[in-house]
Ligand binder design. Structure first.
Ligand code: ATP
Length: 474
């Protein structure tokens, strides 16, 4: 993503002139679309689900339509046969401003997040206590199919693998809407590129794209960075300053490294997402915000939620469209097109890539993902140009040398048989790893391509601790 920044320049405003527009999808008008991209589903507008957390009916859930009645009697929409629940205990009613819970003169009372109520509003994530039975409100989505894109790029993001085209299919559809997007993926997988591509394809493309790197801003300044501050709000606040939500008015705020957002700032972000209102630090004027939010993280946010480090309600607000960007090693078929694209972009258009170099590149595991590939290619182009070579070769790929099967190290104390056994095993391991990588671990497809017996390939993969599966071919 953006290269490491100092706290001062962690916020980057781009002018509208820099907007790269791409053709609009025809599916404008969806307010909220959710998908775990990599599958092939998206959704219609979100609703709310009441999920029973405790008691005899633990795990039961009901979608909250216009009205949902809860109680022990059989004529309730959600029947809870529990001694602490009254026959007609409470009801949930959908009103224009949200969901209202009303206690129906129950014996043991109704509580929201620990407070006994007669009537109150509930938010997604709230825990409702009906007698002693706990329920939680969760967002739901009605699922509809989104087909993989027929294009092998989404704006500047290149990818012809099924996984990337599935993501592009989703993004083409949701980019023109105002849906909040959460991009999850390892470092260097292209979250930043995708965020900018969403903005470029959105109706907000002629308004600012503003990046706040939540990991690079100091703890004490992050709130001010997001919402601004008034003069004298804290030591050093010598003048008033606008925050990202004000500066990006009408545009898009990209919250990078959202997993690093301090727990005490999380409710403030939740508030602006829910109500579109915020206040500057030290200010008492409520300001309106009209921005679209895209967030990204290297962390597994659901795991952070389970560990109590990230608020669940904020997670749901951000993950209206959750997109998991796969690591490069899980989509090796993207490598040749990325290599060609990067050669052109980095001044190496005239250079050729011999097949054995391309194979080595495709076999490498790329822990730094596309950023690592780009760095190695840039170095290789420089080396080739410096030596007058017309091709990118293994010598110019230092990080890829480990994949060079020709790098033998013979040891005089080992017999021919021992030496051969060592390299046969190594050859087998690397070959199987490369082969499975080409087919995303699908053993049947890999065996077919290599004209091998499937069972034999399965045994070889197992012997070398390599993971394969029998999933459908994509
Ligand atoms: N699909 C892609 N097509 C073309 N270039 C890409 C693609 N994905 C990533 N890149 C390039 O790889 C480099 C790293 O990408 P990017 O900064 O978007 O990754 P990131 O996931 O945001 O990383 P980090 O989490 O470390 O910030 C950039 O130079 C970017 O242009």
């Amino acid at each position: 993503m953006t290269e490491p920044k100092s706290p001062e320049d962690s916020r980057v405003v781009e002018s509208a002139d820099e907007a790269r527009r791409s053709p609009r999808s025809s599916s404008e008008g969806h307010d909220e679309i959710a998908t775990r991209a990599g599958g092939s589903v998206a959704s219609a507008p979100a609703g709310t689900l009441a999920l029973v957390l405790t008691g005899n009916h633990k795990g039961t859930s009901k979608v909250v339509g216009g009205r949902l009645t809860i109680g022990k009697a059989a004529d309730n929409d959600l029947v809870l046969s529990d001694d602490t629940v009254s026959r007609h205990h409470c009801e949930i009613v959908r009103a224009p401003d949200g969901l209202h819970v009303r206690d129906l003169d129950s014996t043991n009372g109704t509580k929201i997040d620990g407070t006994r109520i007669r009537e109150a509003m509930v938010q997604t994530g709230s825990v409702l206590k009906v007698g002693e039975v706990e329920l939680q409100f969760k967002p739901t989505v009605a699922r509809v199919e989104v087909l993989p894109s027929e294009k092998s790029n989404f704006g500047p993001a290149i990818g012809q693998s099924f996984a990337m085209r599935t993501i592009f299919g989703v993004l083409e559809r949701i980019a023109p809407t105002d849906a909040t997007v959460l991009l999850e993926g390892e470092t260097g997988t292209g979250k930043d590129v995708l965020a900018r591509a969403i903005w470029s394809a959105s109706q907000r493309a002629n308004k600012p794209f503003l990046v706040v790197d939540c990991g690079a801003v100091t703890y004490s300044l992050i709130e001010s960075e997001l919402f601004g501050h008034e003069r004298g709000a804290f030591t050093g606040a010598v003048s008033a300053r606008q925050g990202a939500f004000e500066l990006a008015e009408g545009g898009t705020v990209f919250l990078d490294e959202i997993g690093e957002l301090p727990v005490d700032v999380q409710p403030k972000l939740l508030r602006v997402l829910e109500t579109r209102e915020f206040r500057r630090v030290g200010g008492n004027k409520t300001l309106q915000s009209n921005v679209r939010v895209i967030a990204a993280t290297k962390r597994d946010l659901q795991r952070e939620v389970a560990a109590g480090k990230f608020r669940e309600d904020l997670y749901f607000r951000l993950a209206v469209v959750p997109v998991t960007v796969p690591p490069l090693r899980a989509r090796r078929d993207d490598i040749p097109a990325l290599v060609q694209h990067m050669l052109k972009a980095s001044g190496g258009a005239g250079l050729t890539v011999p097949p054995e170099t391309m194979q080595a590149l495709a076999a490498h595991d790329w822990p730094g993902n596309i950023r690592e590939l780009r760095n190695i290619l840039e170095r290789s182009i420089y080396m080739a140009q410096a030596t007058g070579s017309t091709e990118i070769n293994m010598v110019t790929l230092p990080s890829a040398q480990s994949t060079d099967i020709t790098a033998f190290h013979f040891e005089p104390e080992k017999s021919y048989r021992e030496t051969r056994a060592k390299y046969d095993g190594e050859f087998e391991r690397r070959y199987v790893k490369w082969l499975l990588g080409r087919h995303n671990g699908n053993i049947s497809a890999a065996a077919r391509e290599a004209k091998m017996d499937r069972k034999h390939l399965h045994d070889m993969a197992k012997k070398h601790g390599l993971r394969g599966h029998e999933a459908e071919e994509s």
